[in-house]
Ligand binder design. Structure first.
Ligand code: CS2
Length: 491
């Protein structure tokens, strides 16, 4: 590896590269972020740099990784600097982001992670820990109290393992020390993410400390957010391409699309960066924006992932360039999802849906279907199943939504339509593989087995015979005749 990006080389970088317009050395930390992956770097970190540029403030970020040391290895040797490439067609605009001060790998240094979270100057903790990081049942939001990562909930003398554990421990220490409470902002694609985070913390604390649970309930603010930017995983080829442009290696580079949106509930325990001056919307009710995004963006995204993967496509844009599949996605959005979404104030849903299809078609992103297919058991409830519930309530058809769910079921068995093994990454992967083995190619056994997963489908859908029959019909065609036949059957 050649020379690395760092403060020392900042002045030697190509003149066209946008770089922080504030003095990095003087920036002190005011934020801790949990889960410093690509999404955080391409989204909140960019808003925070813009906010510092617009209005100043000590809003440097200390990153904490809950699992691996990857982010620390990427960013610490670079003084926390990294570039975000916004790619559209053949164009890429590059920008260096400067607000990350350092990264702590919690399993290697739990004391440093706790020290960061309990420092009085930290007024905000933001999180991108993915759906499964909350250790909750995806259908009901109930804490999985017997989860391996939650041992510290039962015995607070142990070291926390999970984000929720670290936060509860930090709240306990801050409360005892009389340190002002902080604001916790979940930036994950969960329904009512703020309330889910709040409830997970309360449930966790209540396992061993009722008084702390009550304190969290009354004194800790967890505003709700809707976050949106498509951020595919960075590849080795991306890093080589950027090295050729910068003249040095940026191991922390992330690629993304030009579009970015952040809607935040205006309910904080203290001051926050001037994110509003950076384009974020501060509103009193995030719910409608979040539901529109989860259902109209993430629902079709997962559909593209499962149908696309089963049809042999590596990338999202390839699926969108295939006429039969594009038509299915368009009809899914227009006919089945759009009527089941209440438009947020000022948003034209038809235009929103059209723009989304354009974003999915952006070939410069090279977004892998496999990446989006990950953790389906945690994603399906808010992306597809809530929409199906509403269609059922309104006595409307939901065949394409059911097709997406049936495609997930086949995918999650770990065996594709071509008989090849699929590398399924999902906390329920073992259970779903077992369902596949028992089903042994039968659509009805497949659906029957999957519907027993009440933690995904809830008691209501698990027991719904008409829903089961619709899924079975879609799974039958997928298994017998493949993806293209299954989408054409519905047009
Ligand atoms: C994607 C999302 O990987 C996935 O599950 O659907 O990460 C999606 O790209 C973002 O939510 C877009 O804002």
């Amino acid at each position: 590896m050649g020379k690395r990006l760092s403060n020392a080389v900042l002045d030697d970088l190509p003149a066209a590269l946008r770089r922080p317009a504030y003095v990095r050395d003087e920036l002190k930390a005011g934020i801790v972020h949990l889960g410093v992956g690509a999404f955080h770097r391409a989204h909140q970190a960019v808003y925070t740099d813009d906010a510092i540029e617009a209005a100043g403030g000590n809003w440097g970020t200390i990153g904490i990784s809950l699992r691996s040391s990857t982010a620390a290895t990427q960013l610490n040797p670079q003084d926390g600097l990294f570039c975000v490439g916004s790619r559209d067609g053949d164009r890429e605009s590059l920008r260096a982001i400067g607000n990350i001060r350092t990264i702590i790998t919690a399993p290697e240094n739990p004391a440093a992670a706790l020290a960061a979270l309990t420092a009085p100057e930290i007024g905000l903790v933001t999180l991108t820990i993915t759906e499964k990081g909350y250790c909750i049942d995806p259908a009901s939001g109930k804490l999985l109290a017997d989860h391996d990562d939650l041992r510290h909930a039962h015995d607070p003398t142990l070291t926390p393992q999970s984000a929720i554990g670290y936060l509860v421990e930090a709240i306990r220490v801050r409360q005892r020390a009389g340190t002002a409470p902080f604001t916790l902002i979940s930036c994950d694609n969960l329904p009512a993410n703020g309330a889910r985070l709040h409830s997970a913390l309360i449930q966790y604390a209540a396992v061993s400390d009722e008084a702390l649970a009550r304190f969290i309930e009354t004194d800790i603010a967890c505003p709700q957010t809707m976050i949106d930017r498509i951020v595919p995983a960075t590849t080795g080829e991306d890093l080589d391409r950027i090295e050729a442009v910068l003249g040095c290696r940026d191991a922390g580079y992330v690629k993304t699309e030009p579009f970015s949106q952040w809607v935040i509930e205006d309910r904080f325990a203290g001051p926050v960066p001037a994110w509003d001056r950076a384009g974020a919307m501060l509103v009193s009710a995030v719910g409608p924006f979040e539901a529109a995004k989860l259902r109209l963006l993430n629902g079709p995204h997962s559909t593209i992932a499962y149908l696309g993967y089963l049809a042999g496509f590596e990338y999202v844009h390839e699926v969108m360039a295939t006429p039969e599949l594009r038509r299915c996605i368009t009809e899914l959005m227009e006919q089945e999802i759009l009527p089941a979404v209440d438009p947020p104030p000022g948003l034209d849903l038809t235009a929103y849906a059209r723009d989304l299809r354009k974003r999915f078609g952006n070939h410069a992103l090279e977004h892998r279907t496999w990446q989006i297919a990950m953790d389906g058991s945690q994603k399906l409830p808010q992306r597809l199943l809530d929409t199906i519930r509403r269609r059922i309530r309104e006595d409307r058809r939901y065949d394409r939504l059911a097709l997406a769910v049936a495609a997930w079921m086949i995918y999650a068995t770990g065996k594709g339509l071509d008989g090849k093994r699929i590398d399924v990454r999902d906390p329920l992967a073992e259970r779903t593989a077992e369902i596949g083995r028992v089903a042994d190619g039968s659509a009805s056994r497949l659906v029957e087995g999957f519907l027993k997963l009440a933690d995904v489908f809830g008691e209501d859908l698990s027991a719904d015979r008409a829903f089961a029959a619709t899924l079975e019909a879609r799974a039958e065609t997928l298994l017998a005749r493949g993806v293209v036949a299954a989408v054409e059957e519905l047009s």
